[in-house]
Design a protein around this ligand. Structure first.
Ligand SMILES: [Zn+2]
Length: 209
């Protein structure tokens, strides 16, 4: 395993991955090379995990693959933002702002469709759908039954988006995460536990854009 060592006046060893995806060890001046090698070896599982997470993190460069609404796209340069077939055309200038605007539109359409479908079938009532830029939460439901979702949910596959829609709709009946709330979620989505767990694998989405 290759890594870069930065020595300095510090007391402990630390491990990190830099923007280029290289492993960087910060070490006190007094620590020997073999001790550093041993430290890196002992943390190999952590390193592997970080590198995997990094690979799944979309960067939005030309040629990168990105999954939107559960479908894979390859990014290509374009004069304006556009989805055609399995290509996502992005402008060179203000690429991230253009993408965020697109994800807001996609999120609104998908979540509105899901909310309306589930609400009509299950008899839920919500008053308004808002799309936010939240990095902290996927969605929320306010006291007046206003539901919001982060535009970052556009990176989630459909079953997880559906779980979020069910979750927030159930809050229109139970404004907490008590037993009655989860019983309601389970009635609609019997496998909600697996979906809730799978969602934890997507926390990296909160850091992009
Ligand atoms: Zn909740």
């Amino acid at each position: 395993m290759q890594y870069q060592v930065i020595r300095g006046k510090r007391k402990t060893l630390s491990l990190g991955i830099n923007r280029e995806g290289e492993i960087v060890v910060r070490a006190p001046n007094s620590v020997r090379d073999d001790e550093i090698a041993d430290f890196v070896y002992r943390h190999r599982a952590w390193i592997a995990k970080q590198l995997t997470l990094r690979n799944r993190h979309p960067h939005f460069y030309d040629g990168d693959a990105v999954s939107l609404l559960g479908k894979q796209y390859v990014i290509a340069p374009g004069t304006r933002i556009r989805m055609a077939g399995d290509t996502l055309y992005l402008p060179q200038e203000n690429r991230e702002a253009a993408l965020a605007a697109l994800l807001k539109r996609l999120t609104r359409d998908r979540m509105k469709r899901l909310l309306d479908e589930i609400a009509n079938r299950e008899g839920f009532v919500y008053t308004k759908l808002t799309v936010t830029s939240s990095r902290g939460r996927w969605g929320s439901c306010g006291a007046s039954r206003r539901i919001s979702f982060s535009f970052r949910t556009a990176f989630l596959p459909d079953p997880l988006a559906r779980y979020l829609a069910v979750h927030e709709l159930c809050h229109t009946r139970h404004m907490n995460h008590g037993d009655k709330f989860w019983a309601e979620v389970e009635r609609i989505l019997p496998d909600y536990r697996a979906l809730r767990d799978a969602l934890k694998g997507y926390l990296w989405v909160m850091d992009c854009l």
